[in-house]
Design a protein around this ligand. Sequence first.
Ligand SMILES: Cc1cc2nc3c(=O)[nH]c(=O)nc-3n(C[C@H](O)[C@H](O)[C@H](O)COP(=O)(O)OP(=O)(O)OC[C@H]3O[C@@H](n4cnc5c(N)ncnc54)[C@H](O)[C@@H]3O)c2cc1C
Length: 477
Amino acid sequence: MSPRILIVGGGLAGLASAVALTDRGFPCTLLESRPRLGGRASSFRDPTSDTEIDNCQHVTLGCCTNFRHFCQTTGLADYFQREPALFFVGPEGKTDRFAADPLPAPLHLVRAFARLSYLSWSDKIALARGLKALARPVSAQDESEPFSEWLRRHHQTEATIQRFWLVVLVSALSESLERISVGHARKVFVDAFLAHRDGWYVDIPSVPLEELYGGRLTNWLTSRGTEIRLQTSVEQIEMADDRASGVRLASHEIVSTDELIVALPFFRVLTVLPSSLKSHPDLAGIEQLEPAPISSIHLWFDRPITELRHAVLVDRVCQWVFNRTAIGAGHRPTAESATTENNLDSAHYYQIVISASHHLAGRSKDDILNDVLIELQAIWPATKQAKLLHSRQVTEHRAVFSPVPGVDSLRPTQQSPVANLQLTGDWTQTGWPATMEGAVRSGYLAASNVLRRLGQNDTVLQSNLPTSLLSRWMFGL
Ligand SMILES: Cc1cc2nc3c(=O)[nH]c(=O)nc-3n(C[C@H](O)[C@H](O)[C@H](O)COP(=O)(O)OP(=O)(O)OC[C@H]3O[C@@H](n4cnc5c(N)ncnc54)[C@H](O)[C@@H]3O)c2cc1C
């Protein structure tokens, strides 16, 4: 008889476990408390525009090999577009195109860095030295200090800190430099820029996240025998004879299982664990994980404000601008919305992302919108003529865990102290920050553990992009 496998949580970690197991002939039952899948990477219906909009623009990088594998396995990869270049808008408003040369890493991006107009030559020399130093293995001193200290110790200029290190890291890790560990910063630069020539590419979904995870992925899973129960909230893990025997739902129903994968966020998971596990030393760190916020501002204008598909804004409150209309997922009106008074059918939809948005706390939405519009007007004068038809602001206060020094020692492995219980989520031990890649890795690792328990030694986790020979030689990577 097939083993019963229960997955609690339909974010990317739970979905990745479900895909890996279903693909190997072990369909599961997945329980999700919300009416939709995707967790922190999901959409919601905006009543004014009558469209599905993402809680926040999600992008992935070329170095995210497991997330790509997950998308390729399930047919979602066709709905991502690779940006051949990045567009950085400097503090003076000049746009720099940043693209790779046909050379092996790390030479592929040398010319792109050299051309950044908002850094002086002495900044660029400091930056090159900083990147070389960061590629070295993390020392004990590095481990204990925040990345801001490391940067000063390695003679990085104020301009490189504000206009380069901060710009890259705040987007990748959603934290300020004072709250980023050296190891996490190193990982971003090694994986995205130094190790392989494809690591830095940004892939953007061309449809709303709901269409990816709600529609297509749901079909992929259910057509292969996996059951998905939405609006099914788990209250407690049930234990019997030192095993997880099932879960108790909010409706009091008990769902029994042979193998249990709990894929909840770190700020939720302790509520469902039995008391014997809550105090287990292996799981004691969960309580100490700290969240960091990400805000997104959705704007619908009556005309284009820029033709760029995306822009990275340097030294501004707004960090990324995504031109959703150009990317393709912007506006999908229904028949009713096309006839409403506030007709957004032909509107131009842009999304602004502000990571590590601690500084926005306590400010009014009008105030924030005002600052955002002033910045956009300064960069793209067409914004002054454009009429703002509609706007939405979303702040996810617990978007990711903060990658503070020492954080990795707080993250448990997927194998819990109970043999048939796996814990998964972007916050578990993956070696990655809180990202879709981290979530998929954790889901794959949990699925591997379950497969091993079922007597199958299948490798689920995908390898990293191979490090180029030159990077190995130059940096010892
Ligand atoms: C605003 C924002 C922007 C981001 N941008 C990016 C980006 O550009 N690129 C990137 O790679 N990553 C990004 N991330 C991070 C990424 O979204 C997360 O790392 C990833 O989605 C986490 O997946 P997860 O499965 O670990 O957790 P979650 O997505 O939190 O999944 C947990 C699931 O469990 C469900 N659940 C909770 N309680 C219960 C219960 N009692 N019973 C049943 N189900 C329950 C939840 O509803 C949820 O669906 C962003 C995150 C946010 C919030």
